[in-house]
Write a protein that binds this ligand. Structure first.
Ligand SMILES: *Cc1c(COP(=O)(O)O)cnc(C)c1O
Length: 216
C-alpha cells in the first residue's frame, strides 16, 4: 500500500486498509489486532454478529465495515453492529436505514455500491442511475453519503472500473472510494481508492465453498 501510494503521489494516511475477515474466526481477528490492524470488513451480518461483539468490547477503537449485500430484514442488526456500510444500493434499503437511524440515533457511514460492470447477478446501482439515487438518499431520506464502492467483474480489467468510480465520485462531490481487493489494490490506490478491502492477502485463502454460498 505504501509503495502504491508513493507511486501515485498520494499520502499514505489517506488510504485505509480494511482487513476482510469473512470465513475466519475471532482468533484470526485478534491476531491481526495484535499486529496493529483496527479496521475489519465482513460480508454477512449474521457471521459478523457471531464474531465481533466480544472482539469489539475488548477493542473499543475497532471499526467494523459491512461490505456484502444487506437485506432490509437485517438492517437493525447491521446498524447496531457496523460503523460503515458499503452496500447501499436501492430505495427500500435507504428507507429502512433512514428509519433505523432515526429510531436508534446510530448513524453508520454509508457508501453507495455501484454496479460498474452492469452485471445482472451483481448488487449495486447502475452507473446511469447513481446520480439520481444519490439525490434521493440525501434529499428524500436525509442520508449523508460518504462515498462510492464497486466490485469489478472478475474477467475484466479492474482499472477501467476504478476510473469510472473515481469520475462518478468527483462528479457527485464525494470524497471516499471503496475499491480494490487482494489482487488489485495497487491499481485501485493509483486511481484514488481511500479504502481497500483486502482479505486473502492478509488471512490466506478462504474455503472455495464460500464463493458460492448465498449471501446475507
Ligand atoms: C471477500 C471480499 C473482499 C476481499 O477479497 P480478497 O480477494 O480476499 O482480498 C473484498 N470486497 C468484497 C466485497 C468481498 O466480498
Amino acid at each position: 500500500m505504501r509503495k502504491a501510494a508513493l507511486g501515485a503521489n498520494r499520502r499514505e494516511q489517506d488510504i485505509r486498509l480494511i482487513a476482510v475477515s469473512k470465513t475466519h474466526g475471532p482468533e484470526a481477528v485478534r491476531e491481526a489486532i495484535a499486529a496493529g490492524q483496527t479496521i475489519f470488513g465482513e460480508n454477512r451480518v449474521q457471521e459478523a454478529a457471531g464474531k465481533f461483539p466480544s472482539v469489539k468490547a475488548e477493542n473499543p477503537d475497532l471499526e467494523l465495515h459491512l461490505i456484502g449485500p444487506l437485506q432490509t430484514n437485517k438492517v437493525r442488526d447491521a446498524v447496531a453492529l457496523f460503523d460503515v456500510i458499503h452496500t447501499l444500493d436501492r430505495d427500500s434499503l435507504a428507507e429502512a436505514l433512514a428509519k433505523e437511524f432515526t429510531k436508534t440515533g446510530r448513524r453508520p457511514k454509508l457508501f453507495v455500491q455501484v454496479n460498474t460492470g452492469e452485471e445482472p447477478q451483481k448488487a449495486g446501482v447502475a452507473p446511469q442511475d447513481t446520480p439520481a439515487f444519490l439525490d434521493r438518499c440525501r434529499a428524500h431520506w436525509n442520508l449523508p453519503i460518504d462515498g462510492l464502492m464497486c466490485i469489478p467483474p472478475v474477467d475484466e480489467e479492474p482499472a477501467m472500473h476504478f476510473a469510472l468510480l473515481l469520475k462518478m465520485a468527483r462528479e457527485a462531490g464525494l470524497h471516499e472510494l471503496s475499491m480494490g481487493m487482494s489482487s488489485d489494490f495497487e491499481t485501485a490506490i493509483s486511481l484514488g481508492a481511500t479504502c481497500v478491502r483486502v482479505g486473502s492477502a492478509i488471512f490466506g485463502e478462504r474455503p472455495r465453498l464460500e464463493e458460492h454460498a448465498p449471501s446475507s
